[in-house]
Design a protein around this ligand. Structure first.
Ligand code: ATP
Ligand code: PRP
Length: 206
């Protein structure tokens, strides 16, 4: 057997859904993989090795070729803008990127926009011809308009529960998000058969 295919696998909510997807495709991923503290998990039965990564770092590992392929949300792909191939829409971890505000929000000059996605937010408002000050936060973004840090936020909405519980409203959807299978450009050529085989198995389920 040749080299194991190195897969950058996000811990957390994407792993839980990828686990189900791989099972449906006939690849029984180890269930405990994102709960153990082990960061590199060989899975020779499937010809793979999992690198358990923070979701936002997946495109970095794949661009640098330390992982051949990876699974990552479209939100992270848009924000990180890494030089990788996007192979497949896995149709998991579905949500949307939106502009959110308090219901009594009023336009002001040079408004502040808080977000975990400064590149996405800057590009969105630039294309609309609106000048904004973008403030980067790392979580609980919904707090920003509630405590007066920002006029609006750019963040993900899935069920809308977080917005409802905090009295916020979705003003505009920017784009839909699902997780994608990505590949390193060189690996895609050098390990084409293995990568294509995985795509074919996963494609049946999506
Ligand atoms: N509410 C949601 N519903 C569905 N998918 C989501 C939701 N929030 C995030 N996602 C998707 O899951 C990905 C990972 O989100 P998750 O919350 O697991 O990690 P994180 O908060 O980025 O990481 P960490 O918890 O390590 O800081 C996101 O990049 C996005 O694609
Ligand atoms: O519409 P909902 O179903 O409520 O989901 C949306 C929430 O999920 C994500 O947060 P996450 O759980 O990743 O926490 P975070 O605040 O640390 O980003 C996102 O940032 C929203 O806050």
């Amino acid at each position: 057997m040749g080299d194991l295919l190195k897969v950058a696998m996000p811990k957390g909510r994407i792993y839980k859904q990828a686990f189900k997807l791989f099972h449906q495709a006939g690849i029984p991923l180890p269930e405990e993989a994102d709960e153990s503290r082990k960061l590199i998990i060989p899975f020779p039965e499937a010809g793979m090795e999992f690198i358990m990564a923070k979701p936002v770092d997946v495109p970095t590992y794949v661009e640098y070729g330390v992982a051949d392929i990876g699974i990552v949300g479209k939100d992270v792909l848009m924000e990180e803008n890494r030089d990788v191939y996007e192979l497949l829409d896995l149709a998991i971890a579905r949500c949307r990127m939106s502009v959110i505000a308090l219901p009594d929000w009023k336009p002001v000059i040079n408004p502040r926009v808080a977000t975990k996605y400064p590149n996405v937010a800057s590009q969105y408002f630039r294309e609309k011809g609106q000048q904004v000050e973008v403030i980067k936060l790392n979580g609980s973004i919904e707090l920003a308009p509630m405590i007066g840090l920002a006029d609006r936020i750019v963040d993900m909405v899935e069920t809308g529960q977080t917005l409802r519980e905090n009295g916020l409203v979705e003003m505009e959807e920017i784009f839909q998000i699902t997780s994608r299978l990505i590949a390193n450009r060189v690996s895609y050529r050098m390990k084409h058969a293995e990568i294509q085989r995985l795509c074919d198995l996963l494609q049946v389920t999506v």
